[in-house]
Design a protein around this ligand. Structure first.
Ligand code: CR1
Length: 834
């Protein structure tokens, strides 16, 4: 009997142990074997891509052995698994991160060296899976990294988009989108699981039937079905044996050929059905806000959520656990409202398919789900038109109606006669065309609801979910976001990581709060010198890259002032741009002006349909074009738009920043996570009291943070009382001149019409109070310039920022989710155990 043979039962553990003990020669041998047996190439003719693939498979093999052990342990011990449901996972390049987590970097470098290959060159050719838009998708990826590193059993569930977020080119200063073909060379990081697949229904109608007890049951007779196939990406923890999984669903046609149609001569209809089904997971919607009425988007959401829940139910079955215990075995986190249809889908699966009572099913559902809100912006709050939902998901709408009816009965009992509250809290928006409010569905169906920074969680309770917070106060909590120090310090900034090891020992690597001890050395001249050397090297690297990509020569001695994030009016890249123009004007007027030489670097994508954001990119390009070639200023002012900002480019950008721009209108940025990546790498922040900036400033200390601008309260009050942008214009000549120079076509090659929409918007409405905050921003930038002059003071502030960044590790955030929401515990995966 195979299973009684311990060596076979322990196969994965012994494979992992054997490769751990193996020499560099074995690693090298494995690479060559993979080159030949998986890439079908021999060394003499192998391309760098072949070598990359061979190396990646070699690393992957070492992860898969750990994965098998992890899965075995989870099943054996009936542990609770955290399931992170997210429409986006922006995981970034995988090879470097996996090498780091496995502790194989040196071994791999040397092995590749013996094979005549440069590891860094191979790392550079990896295409990242762009399966997300920005902060929300990257957060999900950081959380998977922390879950595995903290040895928490977890599964990420999402969509395997064939086309991720578009690639950005800049042509004549404008953004041009190119489709992202991340799969064109194949990816070594996914395991296809044709045997793990589920059917997802759409359309059709419902009908009643009686079960054996004579109870009325509902059956959904779908109009069509789509098959979801699991594509698994292993997620390796840092220096532990835990390897979790990110399970992404790809849609396929149920039957690749409908032979009846084919024989009837309806070949094209059969093929069309296939094409439509496979369209479901084709492309990521490239907006950070929902596009209203997009059928395909709703279909995507339901598709992946249904596959995920069916998968969880199957896992219950294979471990012989009764379905009643679902909530003891799984905690499911809704990453924003995109997966919130899961609340209704789990109810459907439990009532219609497992024949549970409504009450039992509802108790399981509420105990399983928790919901994270990521935005207060009204345009980003998802609603779906009721008729659309009814035609696509008729059974789900019936269930949503019943959830709503029972919930509103509860509201009426708690607040008799208060029909205003009932209308406000209803899952259905009855004003105008009826809509389903997904945030309400998520809130009602969850036992916990959290915002992503302290300020954001407070505002959530005061604004969009006020009624719910009043009714269920204990349901609400805050979990401030975090980012993984593995990718954003150790992998991106190896120079800093070594310096931290030398200064503090290595404990900071698994407990980032240990960085705190660095503050004691902030004034130490030797440390400061080493600190500056690391930063200089990082800046030289970025400068060289910028030179290659844009042709702009930027002296690394300049202050690198960086704003990288999605382009959006609320993030106010145009506030930054206006300040640059006014600085440029001052410098031209007075060439002897003593200001710190600065290089302003921007990066970020604009949603393809967001004209104002695209115009902001064009404005920045226009300013760069003028400023960089003006002999009067070009030694002291540079402006760069770095094209195609993504995770990979972030690796080189964050460690090179002196100043981090976090200048959103207070109350609008839920948290921000780029702000944390910059801080960890020793950048100082110029920012408003918004999102996690508030906590960054608390941690760093007010003296080590450049604060400006109105508070969220002041913003609300000003908008209440009727904001007049013109008022701020009258009071500020520099601002007038900056806007005027734009209007004169100075940054548009003489074209006075180009920026008209942007100017009109600022002058007439200015919804994000750019003009109101301009003067304070410019004054604050002046203080930044002065601080830069004092090298020692700047180095001290930089060191303190890194030292106080421990709180922003995603490990801290994940521990809070585990303790306060999921009730999940670590499970040690011990390879040597019998
Ligand atoms: C927020 O805008 C936050 C991330 C992750 C974004 C950003 O401030 O850091 O989420 N929200 O929590 C978002 O994309 C759809 O909403």
């Amino acid at each position: 009997d195979m299973i009684n043979d311990t060596s076979v039962a322990q196969a994965s553990a012994s494979i992992a142990l054997a490769s751990d003990a193996a020499s560099e020669a074995v690693f090298e041998h494995d690479v060559v074997r993979n080159l030949i047996c998986r890439q079908a190439r021999y060394p003499d003719i192998a391309t760098p891509q072949d070598w990359y693939m061979a190396l990646a498979y070699t690393v992957r093999d070492r992860m898969l052995a750990r994965w098998a052990e992890s899965v075995k342990n989870y099943a054996l011990h009936h542990v609770k698994v955290a399931c992170y449901l997210s429409a986006e996972f922006l995981i970034g390049p995988q090879l470097g991160c996996n090498l780091l987590n496995l502790g194989l970097e040196e071994e791999a470098r040397e092995a590749m060296d013996s094979l005549g290959q440069d590891l860094d060159a191979l790392l550079a050719i990896e295409e990242e899976p762009g399966l997300g838009n920005g902060g929300l998708g990257r957060l999900a990826a950081c959380y998977l990294d922390s879950l595995a590193s903290l040895e928490i059993p977890a599964i990420g569930y999402g969509i395997r988009y064939e086309f991720g977020i578009f690639d950005q080119d800049i042509v004549d200063g404008w953004q041009v989108e190119r489709t992202d073909k991340w799969l064109k060379m194949g990816t070594p990081w996914e395991i296809i699981r044709p045997d793990i697949h589920y059917y997802v229904s759409f359309g059709g109608y419902t009908r009643m039937w009686n079960d054996e007890q004579g109870r009325l049951r509902v059956e959904w007779v779908p109009g069509r079905q789509v098959k979801g196939v699991a594509y698994d990406v292993p997620v390796q923890g840092y220096r532990v044996n835990t390897c979790n999984v990110l399970r992404l669903w790809k849609s396929e046609a149920v039957e690749s050929f409908d032979f009846d149609d084919f024989n009837a001569g309806d070949y094209y209809e059969a093929v069309e059905e296939k094409v439509v089904s496979e369209t479901l997971s084709k492309v990521l919607y490239p907006n950070d806000e929902p596009e209203s009425g997009k059928r395909l988007r709703l279909a995507q959401q339901y598709f992946f959520v249904s596959c995920a829940l069916q998968d969880m139910l199957r896992l219950m079955e294979v471990s012989h656990t009764p379905v009643e215990r679902f909530a003891d075995r799984f905690a499911a986190q809704l990453n924003d409202t995109h997966p919130s249809i899961a609340v209704a889908e789990l109810m459907r699966l439990l009532i219609d398919e497992r024949l549970l009572s409504w009450e039992d099913a509802w108790s399981i559902t509420q105990r399983t789900f928790a919901y994270t809100n990521h935005t207060l912006l009204p345009e980003a709050l998802e609603t779906w038109s009721l008729p659309l939902m009814q035609s696509m998901l008729p059974r789900l709408v019936e269930i949503i109606f019943e959830i709503n009816q029972r919930f509103l009965d509860e509201v009426r009992r708690a607040l008799p006669g208060d029909e205003g509250s009932v209308a406000r809290m209803s899952l259905i928006d009855e004003q105008g065309d009826k809509k389903v409010r997904m945030a309400h569905l998520a809130t009602v169906g969850s036992h916990k609801v959290n915002g992503v920074a302290a300020l954001h969680s407070d505002l959530l309770k005061q604004t969009i979910l006020r009624d719910f917070a009043a009714m269920f106060p204990s349901r609400f909590l805050n979990v401030t976001n975090g980012v993984t120090p593995r990718r954003f310090i150790m992998q991106s900034n190896p120079g800093l990581a070594r310096l931290l090891d030398d200064t503090l020992g290595e404990k900071w690597r698994t407990d980032l709060t240990r960085l705190d001890a660095l503050a004691d050395h902030a004034d130490d001249a030797t440390l400061q010198e080493a600190w500056r050397a690391v930063r200089r090297e990082n800046k030289a690297k970025l400068a060289a890259r910028i030179g290659n990509i844009t042709g702009i020569a930027v002296p690394p001695e300049m202050m690198f002032d960086i704003q990288v994030k999605r382009i959006h009016e609320y993030k106010r890249q145009h506030l930054n741009a206006l300040h640059i123009i006014s600085l440029y004007q001052r410098l031209r007027r007075d060439p002897t002006l003593d200001v710190a030489p600065r290089c302003f670097i921007f990066g970020g994508k604009a949603a393809p349909g967001y004209d104002m954001a695209k115009l902001m990119i064009r404005l920045i390009s226009g300013i760069a074009e003028v400023v960089n070639q003006d002999p009067a200023t070009r030694d002291r002012l540079k402006v760069v738009f770095y094209p195609d900002f993504n995770v990979k480019n972030g690796h080189i950008i964050y460690p090179a920043a002196d100043l981090s721009e976090q200048i959103s209108t207070a109350g609008k940025e839920a948290s921000g996570t780029g702000n944390m990546k910059f801080m960890m790498n020793g950048a100082l922040t110029i920012g408003t009291l918004d999102g996690a900036n508030v906590e960054i400033r608390e941690q760093a200390g007010a003296d080590n943070f450049f604060l400006f601008g109105m508070t969220a309260q002041q913003v609300a009050a000003l908008q209440q009382s009727g904001y007049r942008p013109g008022h701020y214009l009258e009071a500020n000549e520099a601002l007038r001149e900056a806007l005027d120079e734009i209007a004169q076509g100075r940054f548009s090659r003489g074209d006075k019409a180009m920026f008209r929409p942007l100017l009109d918007n600022l002058l007439n409405a200015d919804p994000f109070l750019v003009l109101a905050d301009f003067a304070d921003y410019a004054a604050c930038q002046q203080r930044v310039s002065e601080a830069w002059r004092d090298e020692k003071r700047w180095a001290r502030m930089s060191i303190i920022n890194t030292a106080r960044s421990g709180a922003f590790s995603s490990d801290r955030a994940i521990k809070e989710y585990c303790e306060n929401i999921w009730q999940t515990r670590a499970v040690k995966i011990d390879l040597a155990a019998p």
